[in-house]
Design a protein around this ligand. Sequence first.
Ligand SMILES: Nc1ncnc2c1ncn2[C@@H]1O[C@H](COP(=O)(O)OP(=O)(O)OP(=O)(O)O)[C@@H](O)[C@H]1O
Length: 238
Amino acid sequence: MTETAIATTNLGRQYGAKWALRDCTLRIPAGRVVGVVGPAGAGKSTLMNMMVGLLHPSEGELEVLGERVGPTSVLERVAHIAEEDALCRNFKVTDLLTAARLFNARWTQRIAEDRLRERGISLDSKVGELSCGQRAQIALTVALATTPELLILDAPVTRLDPLARKETVSALLAAQAETGCTVVVSAREVTELEQLCDHLVLLDRGELRLAGDTAELVRRHQLGLDELVARHLAQPVG
Ligand SMILES: Nc1ncnc2c1ncn2[C@@H]1O[C@H](COP(=O)(O)OP(=O)(O)OP(=O)(O)O)[C@@H](O)[C@H]1O
């Protein structure tokens, strides 16, 4: 495993004349739980989609697990859960697992079956008839069963009620502790990721505002994490 999970140098992506993310230089150490935080439109999904090869950078460089992101690459060591709930609702859970197995060389069926059994989710359930929290657990199960070295989740807790949120947070922490994988997780509010991330990347309006080990940032600035984030966001246009 590499020491650096993700390294970017002056990374940027534009849509037409508008920059969704610009001049982003970062180093994310491996084996951490990283919160990518910022308000709507900050550039979080843009950054994460570049990390998983769904978007090409317009400028700059990006290395994931020590390799350039490309078609024959590293991506089979990376799992991604997109912001939208993209599970096929007409499928049974068992069909989802079969499809995932076909597409993933690193798939481990036992991980998927054990996790779902522990959560009381039947393989015969129809995905569309499960709750939002259960669908989040299935998405996470499919991701973990691909035995990723890097797990990237776009806003996984935003749509969940507090109980499902707590369950997802503990599942992520347990998975990280068990496998040592790097977890990158986004949210609009740092409070959504409380007790989860030990490394912070703060974006606002396409710019990197702050990055580093959370405990170190808090110690250096002598501020709570929420206040630190609030102070580093751009002032409202007035
Ligand atoms: N396909 C696209 N075409 C044009 N502009 C886009 C496109 N996708 C994103 N953008 C713009 O890029 C900027 C960053 O968007 P992005 O989705 O990365 O933000 P985000 O931080 O993930 O926001 P949210 O929390 O609302 O999901 C926004 O201004 C958005 O309007």
